[in-house]
Structures are given as structure tokens and as C-alpha cells.
Design a protein around this ligand. Structure first.
Ligand code: AMP
Length: 231
């Protein structure tokens, strides 16, 4: 069997120029790869008491369902705004441009339940942090968060560490930077970072969670700037 990393397809410039999209559908289609990924995502949590898996739309549903089955617990969907049919609690999170909202059913979590968060990939950690807050606001506690892919340059895992969340990923891909360039002041709490982009112009991006020292050392790159998207 190929390494998990080799089963993940990288699509440059999708869905827009500058983004390196890490496509896990190729891994999902590989029977041994899928089995290994699910087993490895479960392993750090298999001795924990888990009452429910909360999967983040959409690829977190595929993985989360299988993980819930292995942990012999139920599955709770966390969806984009307006998709869930019953009464919901919503949580805002920051995108490159503006904000988005994810939601959970208000009665999905019983007070005191221990919940495992699942998604395919963590980048800036904004989505995962919003999911954590939804669980907390619903009366649950977090057992941990498990992902196939981490993009460490974007600081998502550190963001979860700061919340004392035990997070875990199977594969890391370096070289990711925000693919778009937000207008000044769009992202409170982020760090300003100067990047050299194709054509030699100098722009400023915000990378929430990236350490300042690291930001100072960063002088990327040429036309091959990588990025992050939310799908
Ligand atoms: P973030 O909130 O920045 O951690 O983004 C995580 C969410 O966006 C996950 O649901 C991922 O599926 C998606 N995502 C972000 N960046 C990428 C990327 N480079 N390739 C594939 N999916 C991504």
C-alpha cells in the first residue's frame, strides 16, 4: 500500500490561482488507504470515553461516520449556515475575506457529552475552533480533534493547542500561505506578513496563529505561492 501522503492528490491553482488544493478523494477511493486513515485517526482516542463524533461539512461527514462506527458512538453533523433542518446554534469564524458561520442542532449534544471533532484538513484552524466553540456552547466537552492533513505553516494546530484541545493529524504538507490578500485590517488578531508575489510586488497577508519570528523569516517565493481555501 502507498503511504497516505502519496494517496492524496495535490491540485495546483484550485479553486483559484495560488491555492494548492489537497484532494483526499483519491485516498477515500483506495480501500486500504481509507481503512488505514480511519484506523489511524481513531487510534489516539480509542481508549477514551467518546459519546459522539462531530464531523465538519462535508468531508468530515465521510470520515466522521466511519470513525463514530469504530468508536461505537453516534455522529453529529456540523454544517454551513442554513443547511440543518431543526433549531440551530451558530458560530462565526473568520475567512480570508469576511466571516462565515457553521451550525449545529441545538439539541444534538447532551450536557456533559465528550465529543471528538473530525475534519479532513486543518489549515488556519478557524473552522475547527468554531466547531469546538459550538460543542462547548452546547454543553459538551472536547475529547480531541482528528484530521488527515495538517498545513502547519498556517498554524491551525497551535490555535487548538492554545484552547487545550488535543489534536492529531496523519500527514503534514508544508509551504502553504494564504492564497488571497485581505484588505488591511480584515482579520483581527492575525499577524501581518510581507510576501513577495509573482511579478515582484510586495503584499501583506495575515496568518492567524503564525509566530512573529517565523513571519519575519518568511520571504516567499515566486509564482508558486501556495494557499488555503475553505471548501
Ligand atoms: P481552516 O478553517 O483554515 O483550518 O480550513 C479548514 C477547512 O477548509 C477544512 O474543512 C478543509 O477541508 C478546507 N481547506 C482549507 N485549505 C485547504 C486546502 N489547501 N486543500 C483542501 N482543503 C482545504
Amino acid at each position: 500500500m502507498k503511504d497516505l501522503e502519496l494517496l492524496i492528490r495535490t491540485i495546483p491553482d484550485y479553486p483559484k490561482p495560488g491555492i494548492m488544493f489537497r484532494d483526499i478523494t483519491t485516498l477515500l477511493a483506495d480501500p486500504k488507504g481509507l481503512k488505514k486513515a480511519i484506523k489511524s485517526m481513531v487510534m489516539p482516542f480509542e481508549d477514551e470515553k467518546v459519546d459522539a463524533v462531530a464531523g465538519i461539512e462535508a468531508r468530515g461527514f465521510i470520515l466522521g461516520g466511519a470513525i463514530a462506527d469504530r468508536l461505537e458512538c453516534g455522529f453529529i453533523p456540523i454544517r454551513k449556515k442554513g443547511k440543518l433542518p431543526w433549531k440551530t446554534i451558530g458560530q462565526e469564524y473568520t475567512l480570508e475575506y469576511g466571516v462565515d458561520v457553521i451550525e449545529i442542532h441545538e439539541d444534538a449534544i447532551v450536557n456533559g457529552w465528550r465529543v471528538l471533532i473530525v475534519d479532513d484538513l486543518i489549515a488556519t484552524g478557524g473552522t475547527a475552533e468554531a466547531a469546538v466553540k459550538l460543542v462547548w456552547r452546547s454543553g459538551g466537552t472536547i475529547v480531541g480533534a482528528t484530521f488527515i492533513v495538517d498545513l502547519p505553516d498556517l498554524g491551525g494546530m497551535k490555535r487548538l493547542d492554545a484552547l487545550n484541545i488535543h489534536s492529531h493529524a496523519l500527514v503534514a504538507f508544508g509551504g502553504h500561505w494564504l492564497g488571497g490578500w485581505p484588505a488591511s485590517g480584515t482579520d483581527g488578531g492575525g499577524i501581518r506578513l510581507h510576501c513577495r508575489v509573482a511579478g515582484g510586488s510586495r503584499r501583506t497577508a495575515q496568518l492567524p496563529g503564525l509566530r512573529r519570528t517565523r513571519a519575519r523569516n518568511h520571504r516567499p517565493i515566486n509564482s508558486a505561492i501556495c494557499g488555503v481555501v475553505r471548501a
